[in-house]
Write a protein that binds this ligand. Structure first.
Ligand SMILES: *[C@@H]1O[C@H](CO)[C@@H](O)[C@H](O)[C@H]1NC(C)=O
Ligand SMILES: *[C@@H]1O[C@H](CO)[C@@H](O)[C@H](O)[C@H]1NC(C)=O
Ligand SMILES: *[C@@H]1O[C@H](CO)[C@@H](O)[C@H](O)[C@H]1NC(C)=O
Ligand SMILES: *[C@@H]1O[C@H](CO)[C@@H](O)[C@H](O)[C@H]1NC(C)=O
Ligand SMILES: *[C@@H]1O[C@H](CO)[C@@H](O)[C@H](O)[C@H]1NC(C)=O
Ligand SMILES: CC(=O)N[C@H]1CO[C@H](CO)[C@@H](O)[C@@H]1O
Length: 790
């Protein structure tokens, strides 16, 4: 979902500048050779069947559609104006209401009375399946209680994190398909267990913000007039499609995701929302997806070719004044009347929209009626009614995710946990509050799309959620300091070097808070800190030999300029932790909990260590991103090319230490019992009754807490396949509350798919011949134990 909160003047202007001739195909102008046949003629849209889980709801949806006129059907699948950021059309005579769609992946956006959850990337850093599920469940509950039918959440692999500079990587989970798949499954399940319908996004190959969509006068990269430039084309080979980018969507489908949102970018030079190959063949065919494909807001560029290419729901359709392209609605009717679009395709689209809604039980038990609407949010009025649905236990959950995601990167001389320092210096704007107030992050007297003032708790855009409050690091640390009779001094001005030097010289310990903001609509220019955080850290470290650095960032930060400074004694990557930021980091700093987060991405020594050219910014009419690194993104690139990063994927220290021993692998069989909707993914040895998701091997190992404090440890399993480059994460297990001296067993259940690769020649998943090396350890490079399976 784009993050537009358009002033009325801009809305009027846009309506004026998008002529109906914009319906002409852009690709013809570009004169490019097609990189594969993506046409509906080759890949007709499969009709829904309801799958194995939604049979009754499917029949009910069919019966409803049979009673609708063509106009009614098209109204239902075309976004309308309404109180939410997206609204489906109602057919009141048949009891089909307008459904309310709201952002986003870290909570109900632009609403007062909802929580600001940690970013997806932060919960990934916990590597804790329980917390990932609980976050989805608690968020889903707030969507439901806020009167939302469909949550535009979660990000399940688009972006996956191909580029470390990707502006929206923070919204998703791991820069890895398996990790993202686990989190996608659990989050979809959690959200939908709360009664809300989930939208897994953005499908597919959506890996950069730059040139993502040419309704671009709102975006920082605007080079052509509106609607002239084609969106970036992600040109992805078949192996990378299956082994990387599709994996998380397969897990979302298995979890029963109601909707999938197609993305802004093109795939192989066809708009992803019109791409019959990726939508009809792959998503609805191979993954057997039974719900509806919904466009991103502005991702539709035409009528007939989009619905024939597999799109089921046009958003925002004729809503929001039609500014993002008023496709479908009345515009679609002539194509149905002249046979360009079969009416059965329209029927199927309506059935796909209604089936998961009926299955969810919302038709009988809808979310409560509320009175907020997006107009009040974009243009707040004094009598706007806000409805607070937050629960006390959700605050504790958010705080725990913050604690358990904090990733300790460096800790020497036992500086952490802090004892009872006499004087604590707290330095940096990232330690303090938003001087413009929480509801005014951009200084424009509107509900902000993000917050760049004060401590960074979340990235910006549609992945932002208005925090009900923010516990700042200063507030939490100062409170603790008073209770233990310490003194705490703060300087929030990042460039007031004189005040900073004076303050930290008198301190026993200086905690410097730095940040790297990232948001929708813009990729990160560099991997450095904002507000010259490098100079800030060096200024503090030059004046205090007990310097601790805490970073709030939405992706990797290059640390070379200061990490080896001997006065920088400890460094924590605290990610985007949401509203409980300060309390969470204080728990870690003072040792109430031992840190147990591990990096969900790789921190290199420089940008040059990552795959090259992963953000394309050639200012041309049809920009092309060739995913030439194929499956070698993030740690897979580093492992395949034998590059040692600064901090590897999966890395994170503890206040304790662990010993790994006794790896053991055995073949087992446990029939898949977690699939809610079955996919049709082809695999070698499919006998009609077995599943790609059956557990066929189990690896165990032992982990002993060899340190002095109770701690958690995330054990990880990586596979190396014969004749294949690089390692693959294929399991993780978080041991919680290990007492000093205690030994516990970690278990990794490997499904057939986890031991498989995709064959482009045979178009199926297969288990390679020969030994598959399985390694277990504390990170993607600290692989202490090795065994093999064949
Ligand atoms: C893109 O085109 C290439 C070359 O024709 C093809 O091998 C690949 O499968 C296509 N990928 C997608 C996602 O369409
Ligand atoms: C979908 O069903 C219609 C009839 O309702 C049929 O004409 C069409 O061929 C079916 N499409 C596919 C791809 O099977
Ligand atoms: C921060 O400190 C610098 C250097 O003293 C000063 O120029 C600047 O005005 C200060 N900023 C604010 C907001 O006070
Ligand atoms: C740190 O600085 C203090 C004050 O200058 C000094 O007393 C102390 O020895 C230094 N500690 C180390 C480890 O260098
Ligand atoms: C699936 O099976 C496992 C192991 O037999 C069991 O622990 C788990 O509870 C089962 N899950 C479901 C959803 O039935
Ligand atoms: C300290 C700080 O970063 N202040 C900024 C708050 O936001 C406004 C508006 O964007 C900026 O002008 C300030 O510099």
């Amino acid at each position: 979902m784009r993050s537009a909160t358009l002033p009325l003047l801009t809305v009027a202007l846009l309506l004026f500048v998008i002529p109906s001739s914009a319906k002409a195909s852009r690709r013809d102008d570009a004169g490019l050779t097609t990189l594969s046949d993506n046409s509906p003629g080759t890949w007709p849209a499969p009709n829904a069947t309801g799958g194995n889980a939604w049979t009754d709801a499917f029949s009910s949806a069919q019966a409803l559609v049979a009673q609708m006129t063509l106009e009614e059907k098209i109204t239902v699948i075309t976004g309308q104006s309404g109180r939410c950021v997206g609204n489906t059309g109602a057919v009141e005579r048949l009891g089909v209401p307008a459904l309310c769609l709201e952002d986003g992946p870290a909570g109900v956006r632009l609403i007062q009375g909802a929580s600001q959850f940690p970013a997806g990337q932060a919960v990934a850093a916990t590597w804790d399946r329980d917390l990932i599920y609980q976050r989805g469940r608690a968020m889903g509950q707030e969507f439901f209680d806020q009167g939302v039918n469909i949550a535009l959440s979660p990000v399940t692999g688009g972006p996956l994190g191909r580029s470390p500079r990707g502006g929206r990587n923070f919204e998703g989970f791991f820069d890895d398909p398996y990790g993202t798949g686990e989190a996608a499954y659990l989050t979809v399940k959690g959200v939908q267990d709360a009664g809300v319908l989930a939208t897994s996004k953005h499908y597919i190959g959506y890996e950069q913000e730059t040139f993502r969509n040419s309704f671009n006068q709102l975006e920082s990269y605007s080079v052509f007039p509106v609607n002239v430039q084609a969106p970036i084309s992600s040109n992805i080979d078949d192996k990378a499609l299956h082994e990387l980018y599709l994996w998380g969507f397969a897990e979302a489908v298995r979890a029963g995701t109601a909707y999938v949102m197609c993305s802004y970018n093109e795939v192989n030079q066809t708009h992803s929302c019109a791409n019959a190959y990726t939508q009809n063949n792959i998503l609805k065919g191979e993954l057997n997806f039974q719900g509806g494909i919904m466009s991103d807001w502005g991702g539709v560029w035409g009528d007939a070719e989009f619905i024939n290419g597999g799109l089921d729901i046009s958003m925002p359709g004729v809503g929001i004044g039609g500014v993002l392209g008023a496709w479908w609605g009345d515009g679609l009717i002539p194509y149905v009347l002249d046979g360009t679009v079969a009416e059965s395709r329209v029927d199927d689209a309506v059935i796909r929209l209604l089936t998961p809604w009926i299955f969810s039980g919302q038709s009988a038990n809808p979310p409560p009626a509320v009175t907020w609407n997006v107009d009040q949010i974009f243009y707040p009025t004094e009598d706007a009614y806000w409805h607070d649905v937050r629960k006390i236990e959700t605050m504790a959950l958010i705080r725990q995710i913050g604690e358990d995601s904090a990733t300790l990167l460096k800790n020497v001389d036992g500086v952490l946990p802090l004892g009872t320092p006499g004087v604590i210096a707290i330095i940096g704007s990232d330690a303090g509050s938003n001087e413009l107030s929480a509801l005014n992050g951009e200084g424009n007297a509107q509900f902000p799309r993000w917050n760049i003032n004060g401590t960074l708790t979340l990235g910006g855009g549609s992945g932002w959620a208005t925090p009900p409050y923010v516990v700042t690091p200063y507030e939490a640390i100062n409170y603790r300091a008073r209770k233990m009779n310490s003194q705490a001094y703060a300087v929030f001005n990042d460039s007031d070097y004189d005040a900073i030097s004076t303050t930290v010289q008198s301190a026993d310990v200086a905690i410097v808070f730095v940040s790297a903001f990232t948001r929708e609509g813009e990729d990160r220019a560099t991997l450095y800190l904002d507000h010259d955080g490098e100079t800030l850290i060096q200024t503090v470290a030059a004046n205090c030999n007990n310097t601790i650095v805490v970073m709030h960032a939405g992706g990797p930060v290059l640390v070379e300029e200061w990490i080896d400074n001997p006065n920088v004694k400890a460094v924590i990557a605290a990610h985007f932790p949401g509203q409980e930021s300060g309390d969470a980091i204080a728990s870690v700093l003072f040792g109430d909990v031992s840190p147990s987060g591990k990096l969900p991405y790789t921190i290199g020594h420089s940008l040059d260590e990552y795959p090259p050219d992963t953000i394309v910014d050639d200012p041309v009419l049809a920009p092309q991103a060739y995913f030439s690194e194929s499956t070698l993104i993030d740690y897979r690139w580093f492992s395949a090319l034998s590059i040692t990063p600064r901090f590897e994927f999966g890395y994170g220290l503890s206040y304790s230490t662990f010993l790994y021993s006794n790896i053991y692998v055995q073949s087992v069989f446990e029939a898949d019992n977690s699939t809610i909707q079955k996919t049709n993914e082809p695999f070698e040895g499919h006998d009609g009754s077995n599943s790609l998701y059956d557990i066929i091997a189990a690896v165990t190992a032992q982990v002993t807490n060899t340190g002095g404090v109770v701690a958690n440890e995330v054990a990880q399993l990586y596979a190396t396949f014969p004749d294949s480059l690089g390692i693959w994460l294929r399991g993780f297990d978080k041991l919680k509350g290990l007492a000093p001296g205690e030994t516990r067993t970690v278990t990794f259940s490997l499904r057939r798919k986890d031991l498989s690769l995709w064959s482009t020649e045979r178009q199926l998943w297969y288990i390679p011949e020969g030994d598959i090396q399985l390694q277990v350890g504390a990170s993607s490079t600290k692989l202490y134990l090795t065994t093999s399976w064949s």
